[in-house]
Design a protein around this ligand. Structure first.
Ligand SMILES: Cc1ncc(COP(=O)(O)O)c(C=O)c1O
Length: 408
């Protein structure tokens, strides 16, 4: 008979296996960033974060704060029930229609979390005789959605659409419905999916297509409309566009956009929507105002693009390995070893740059990295400053950050 373990014993063991030892020389996670920023400013220093996906620099925008203050005054914070049974506020529909218009879809629906949106949608639409094809580097919310679904999950190699084609050719016939899921801009590598090719595969094999645009709305495309605009694809070719309000929209929550009959069905049946509270009216006002700013202050999209391209250019000149990143909102700098990654992150922090290490969680264990989120609010001097420090680290310890040549 196996020995009984209390939950605390079990948790201690699991945490050790998950890499707790990496925290022994100081915990780089959960940094109190508001206090650190304030303390740095009081000392006359700077505190620059590359850890937050405030892509267009809207997080402190006065117009958003004013919209939130007004919503707070008129409606209070909570939505106070599921919208289906508790009723909704006019801001909900107003925002959803504006979002659908912006994305070029017929309709949209908001939920309280981007993570939840993937989990509940994937699990809800795929049944017992169905298959879900996902990229091996899919975000955990997609993996959890696929695990929660009763359908079979089939994994294709990262961004390898020839492999997906081969798997579909071999297996599609065994299933009733098939859903292909891909991300537009991958959150750890900063590379993009070949959407025209994906749409061609979806048609060839009679599948549905879900694209997670968490990191591409406001980032890709001349007007920030995402991967469809970026790659010249009609958004109506994609069955479901899923996204989040926590990144470009500097708020919190998730959304699904697509054809009217699909969204209408989900509005009445999607468990994560029907059995969960509606989006807070204050949060909705924030996201709606951010959406208006994406359109009214479109210079921010161009500024983000220039910043990200500048970062990649300097990084490559310094011999750093930015992996497959295309040079938009997300750019990794790859390291060979988790300890070196932790040391590099600590060194940057000592010098006023907050870039937490990505080790163990969310990436293959042998591909540790510092992951940089670029923002329209970064200055050239800040980008130059952080690359100079990385370059010093690479020179002091040449095996630390991969050099481009070594990586090839
Ligand atoms: C690709 C992707 N999808 C979904 C999510 C979940 O979004 P949220 O953090 O807003 O819940 C994230 C979060 O970073 C993500 O990277």
């Amino acid at each position: 008979m196996s020995k009984f373990h209390s939950l605390a014993d079990f948790a201690t063991k699991r945490f050790r296996l998950a890499g707790k030892a990496y925290l022994e020389n100081g915990d780089p996670f959960f940094a109190p960033i508001d206090r650190l920023r304030q303390e740095a400013e009081e000392r006359g220093d700077y505190f620059v974060s590359f850890a937050n996906y405030d892509y267009l620099g809207l997080s402190n925008h006065p117009t958003i704060k004013a919209a939130c203050a007004e919503a707070l005054e008129t409606t209070g914070v909570g939505a106070l029930a599921s919208r289906l049974v508790g009723g909704e506020r006019s801001v909900h529909h107003g925002f959803e229609q504006a979002l659908a218009d912006f994305l070029g879809t017929e309709d949209a629906l908001t939920l309280v979390s981007g993570y939840l949106t993937n989990v509940t949608t994937i699990a809800h639409i795929m049944g017992t005789r169905d298959a879900i094809f996902i990229d091996e580097l899919s975000h955990n919310s997609i993996v959890s959605g696929a695990k929660s679904a009763v359908a079979e999950t089939i994994i294709f190699r990262h961004n390898d659409l020839a492999h997906l084609d081969q798997l579909l050719t071999e297996k599609r016939g065994q299933f009733r419905n098939a859903l292909i899921i891909a991300e537009s801009l991958y959150s750890m590598d900063g590379d993009v999916v070949d959407l025209p090719m994906l749409v061609a595969l979806k048609k060839k094999h009679d599948c549905w297509l879900l694209v997670d645009e968490a990191h591409s709305v406001g980032v890709l495309g001349e007007h920030g409309r995402g991967i469809c605009e970026f790659s010249g694809v009609d958004p109506n070719e994609v069955d479901l566009i899923i996204g989040t309000l926590s990144k470009t929209f500097a708020s919190c929550g998730g959304f699904i956009a697509g054809k009217k009959p699909v969204i209408e069905w989900l509005r009445y049946t999607l468990p994560g929507f029907v059995y969960s509270v509606g989006l807070s009216p204050v949060i909705t006002a924030a996201a709606h105002t951010a959406l208006q700013l994406v359109q009214n202050e479109s210079w921010r999209i161009e500024r983000l693009r220039r910043n990200a391209e500048f970062f990649v250019e300097l990084a490559r000149e310094a011999g750093l390995d930015t992996g497959p990143a295309i040079g938009r909102g997300v750019i990794p700098v790859m390291f060979r070893d988790s300890h070196e990654t932790l040391a590099a992150s600590a060194y940057l922090m000592e010098n006023g740059f907050y870039v937490p290490p990505i080790i163990q969680i969310g990436v293959p264990k042998d591909q540790p990295r510092l992951r940089f989120f670029l923002s329209a609010s970064h200055s050239e001097a800040e980008i130059r400053g952080v690359i100079n420090l990385l370059s010093q680290i690479a020179q002091a310890c040449p095996a630390t950050a991969h050099s481009i040549n070594a990586a090839e």
